[in-house]
Design a protein around this ligand. Sequence first.
Ligand SMILES: [Zn+2]
Ligand SMILES: [Zn+2]
Length: 156
Amino acid sequence: MASDVTALSNHTDAHHTGKCLCGQISYEITGQPIFIALCHCVNCKKWTGTGSGWYAFFNKEQVHFTQGQDTLSTYTDTDTFRGTTLLRNFCPTCGSNLTAVLTSRHELTGVTAGTIEGDICEVYKPQIEVYCKDRPKWLPELGMKQFDITPNVSRA
Ligand SMILES: [Zn+2]
Ligand SMILES: [Zn+2]
């Protein structure tokens, strides 16, 4: 499959942790994300309550819950633009959105980048914007590669 986005190189020594707002659910990540995206789709607007979702995508083996996984709640989002079911996982206590997994690409885990600890705004700068058909008109150009819907991404 032709790739529209070059994946980040996988430095397996990188290590990050993350947690929800109340701290009930925490996770750790090993290695670099495959890609980082802003998603402007209508469903992510609803899920995040903001203009866009900010996600870092990893192979599922890179992401491990370290606390509270048994309390993680899931909304099964079947009403997506592409018709592919998306499992949206969140903390039932504080409402933080934590991970999203497409059932058709369940080898990938999308982590809500805002729940990652540390200097995330520098480390997890998005490379691409997806679902730009729903991009907020007031949002200035960010200089990232833009896609009407979603691109093909593969790890080099
Ligand atoms: Zn919480
Ligand atoms: Zn979205």
